[in-house]
Design a protein around this ligand. Structure first.
Ligand code: 5GP
Ligand code: ZN
Length: 109
């Protein structure tokens, strides 16, 4: 998607602070962190929202990669939170599916 911010981050035409990449996902630091550690994990395929996701393999991969990044890259052994905002009502601002990883402190509800 040529007009998608996160597709541009994946292709490298917009810079990002990458923490992990493989054949299916790309993970980078959120530009406005809401916790000491705040990373976004995005599928390399353009899917606008979780509500548009149809592929159980892609969704399963995304969740397993979230756990891999949190544990093995970010070292969040104490735990972390995963947030997926869905559409405007859920607070989604960038319409390329992404999971927020938040951690590095005890998170309030
Ligand atoms: P959403 O509200 O869509 O769930 O989350 C979008 C997230 O993307 C926000 O937390 C916002 O700070 C982050 N963000 C928006 N633009 C950029 C950018 O250009 N670079 C990075 N690294 N993060 C961004
Ligand atoms: Zn995209």
């Amino acid at each position: 998607m040529s007009d998608c911010l996160f597709c541009k981050i994946i292709e490298g035409s917009i810079p990002s602070d990458k923490v992990y990449e493989d054949n299916t996902v790309y993970a980078f630091k959120d530009i406005h962190p809401k916790a000491p550690t705040h990373v976004l994990v995005i599928p390399k395929t353009h899917i606008p929202t979780l509500a548009d996701a149809q592929d159980p393999t892609m969704l399963g991969e995304l969740m397993l990669k979230v756990n891999h990044v949190a544990n093995d890259v970010l070292n969040l052994e104490a735990g972390y939170r995963v947030v997926i905002n869905v559409r405007e009502g859920g607070g989604q601002e960038v319409f390329h599916l992404h999971a927020h990883i938040l951690g590095g402190k005890k998170l309030p509800f």
